[in-house]
Structure formats: structure tokens, C-alpha cells
Write a protein of this length. Sequence first.
Length: 562
Amino acid sequence: MRDLSRLLDQVEGQYFDRKSLWHGPAGDRGLRKRRDVRDQIAEYVAAFANADGGTLVLGIEDDGTVTGHDYPAEAIDDFLATPQRRLNPPLPPGERAQCQGHEILLFEVVAAERAVMVTGDGYPRRAHDQVILESEENINAIKARGRMESVEGEMAPGATLDALDLELLGRARDGAGLGHLCPEEYLEERRLADMRGGKLMLRKGALLLFGRHARDIDHANAGVRIFTVRGTERLSGDRYNVEQAARIEGALPTVIQRAYETLNGLIRHSTRLHDLFFREMPEYPTFAWQEALVNAVAHRDYRSHGHGVEVWLYEDRMEVRNPGGLLPEVELARLKRRERLHASRNPRITRVLAELALMREQGEGIPRIFEEMERSWLRLPELEVDARSFAVTLRNQPILETPDPDWVRHVQSLPIGQRQRRILVAYPRGSFTNGDYQALNEVDRDAAYRELKEMVDLGLVSAPESRGRGARYKILRLAQKDQPTLTPYQSIAARMDQKGHIQNADYREIFAVERRQARLALGQLVETGILVRSGARRGTRYYPGPGWKVWLRNSSHNKGQK
């Protein structure tokens, strides 16, 4: 029997989405219109098929609460048959399932070989947690390029199930909620094998992911090499200063874990400012370097046998390099703007690594690396790309040389964005230009202007007295640390007053919690009438509800609540 518990807490992303079958406010909810449900099923199933596959479940709320439905049997039969009736070419129907005493609807979608159309409504495609419309030509071009470029889909002649680590495979199967499948069925489900004439034919992706021994993986450089450099530059001859710390080979999940362990022993620790206090911290945020490493392993070009993933540890920086430039649909400028872009040479590998909880959903990694470096008051990551490779560089120097913890603590309490806080910390007692803001936060001139204008309007900095590139913004007394520090609840109230609403990102930033914790906490505030929710996914906004002011007043006496 299938384990459905993962559907309750799983984060919506590239391979997963859940929808309610009800609408309306709490206490006055009704079933959604049948036509709307059918349209949504057709759109999302086609979108998953036009990308890398995925799971759509109906009958579960955004916060993971199972609410099922109250439709008659004929309506449910109609819903389940939608992929057969509305899509061209037709796709398999959905299925009923029981979860916490409610009936839910499941649509397990595999990636289609060619573009799938919603009759009359075009070609949707899944991109991270969004559905976008593409042309048939673009979708087919992406799929054709994937077939030509991806090693994971090539057959591995002569390889058998005996070559795989079945314990590791079992963990991946359980992580996907497919523990009821036998190994052969799971490999077929994830397009890592085919059954031909009653015989299981493995693809190379199965060996890369689950190979029992390095010798079972037909690739000279599928692992990770780690180097340490004494100094800030590589030297040669008598001054040679490079030492290879490790060469790690084997199944990719095992390679990633062993690389984590090796790097944990090499990365230095020091007393640094983090989350407003001086603490013993690694020189690079753990999530940032781990995400850079796993992204390199997951998205590298496995056609290149001459080069592998390399990690270089210098005195002042860490470089993570992998073979293969960016795919055509991924632009470097958009990565630097922290856009969540979905594209992978190895969608089968990335999906399994996500189900093993070794990597984030596609598109989240680079933005989170930027966010972690930003929160740790370090220089933002540097991204470098050419036709043959991609590199992420993390530097260990903080943006401020002599941090004043009281000042930083005050700046962190201000109802402004993290980029705006960084400029106040980097220039604590002076002035700065629009160009300084752009360079520090890696944003364009227009974004810098908008965010600086917000600071001027809030009275944190003065408007420039002159115009031009040299025009300077001066930090005003309202931003000085002798002003009272705001509590988290005062900060969230100030953010609400400033924007008229708050979002998940505001709650995460102010209360220092993860995305899922913020989502659950905000969901509880909605249920109790403290907030009113509007919108969906990344566009969800929370507005003051009837209990907002009472909650804020009571929270001042209960500062541990989150």
C-alpha cells in the first residue's frame, strides 16, 4: 500500500503540487465548480508531462490539512478521466486514495516524449512551482536536446540489478512514497530502466545513482575531487602549493555525503557575526556550500569523461566547478537576479536526489545560496560560466571589517529588506552611492534606486543633494543604534504598516524560521482570523484580519510565540 504521509508535508515545487477541492472562507466553504477542477487537472497534468513528470494531488490544503471532498461518484469519475479526455495525446487517468479518513485524488505523471496539449488551451509546462505556457516547438526542442545531451537516459548494456545498491535504492523509493513498488518497478517509474521481453534493461542513470561499486559505473570522473591551496593563488614549480584532499567515487548520493564529511573537516571555524550575535561559525554558511556542491553533481554534463566536479579551497574562497556550461534556457543574468529557473541536463538524477532529501527542488538552489551568504553578512556568491564549465565562488570575507553587534542588531530589527540592511551595515556611519548599493547587492541601477527611495521615504537615509553617479545617500539619525530596538512583533507590525500586507518571506526573515514553519504559522493565524490570505504560491499575501490588533497586543506579553 502506498505511503501518502509525504504528501502532507512535501513542499510544492518542480515535481509536486496539491490543491483543495473546496473554496471560500473558513466556516462557509463550498465545493469548487466541477469545470474549474477539470480545467485545473488538465493544465497541471499536461504541465508535468511537458517537463519532467510529477505528482498532482487534490483534496489537501496548502498547509497539509487533508480535507477530501463531497462530490458524487460520477463527478469523481469525470475528474479522474480528464487526462484521457482533455489532453492530446491522451494520458493515463488519475486514481482514488484514502488519507486520514478522506478520499483524495492522485495523478502520477511521467514525462512525455513529445509536447502534450490541453485541447483548446495550448501547451503548459511546469517550471519550479509555477505553470507557464510554452510553444509546442520550444517544449519539443527542450525534450529533444535532453535526449541528445543526457547520459542518464542511455542504456547500460549488460548491467543487471546485482550491480545496484538495493538499500540505497530502497531509501530513494521510500522517500518518493513508492515503498510499495519492487526495485524493478521503481526503476521503471523513474525512467531509470525498461522492461524489454521480460528482461530489465538498466539505464546509465540507475548506475550513476545506485551503483554498488565505483567499478560498476562506466565513467572515469563521475565523482568529486577536493583540493586545498595554501594561499590565495595556485603556484607551480618550487612554490607548488596545492594538495589533493580527496578523490571521492561511487554512487552519486554516497559521493555527496562523503564529500560533505570531507569538507566539514577542512572548512575552518571562527568567531563571526551571525544572526545578530558573535558565534563559532564555519567560514562559509553550511547550506550555501552544500547546495553549490550538490547542484554541481546533479547538473553537470556527464558526457565529459575527462573532467569531474572539483572543489578548490583557498585561504579566502571556495570554488565549486563542474563540467558543462548553462543550458540555453538558463541565463547567467537571471541567475544573478535570483530568479528560480528550472532546467536540468539530468532530470531523472535530480528528481531522485530531491526525493533522497539531498537537494532542493530545481530552481531553488542558487537563490538560497545568495540568501544564505547575504544573511551571514558575507560577499554575495560569484557565478562564472563558459561553454565548458560552470563555477560558484564563495568568499569568506564579511562585508564589514569591524562589526558593531549593537548596530547590526538594531539594523536587523528595522522593517526593511535584507539588501537595505546590508548597506547600512557596510557603511555604518557614513554615506554611499547608488553604485555602492549595486555593487554590494549585485542589483541593477533601477532596483537600487527603488530600494534606496524606500529608505529615503522611511527616513533612514537622506536624498542625495546632487544628481549623477557620485550622488551620495547619508545615513540619518533615525537609523542610528541609539533608537529603541524593535521586537519581532513590532517589526512584523511595521512591515504590515509599510506594505499593507506581509508574505512568507517577511515572517521567515523576522522570526528566523524556515519556509515550512512560516507557512504553518501563517496558516494558523489565518484559521484564527488574525490574518486574511489572498493569492497563491509565491504571490500569497496576508492582510490584517479582525483579530490582528488583539494578537499584536497579546504578543507583547508572549514573545516566545512563533
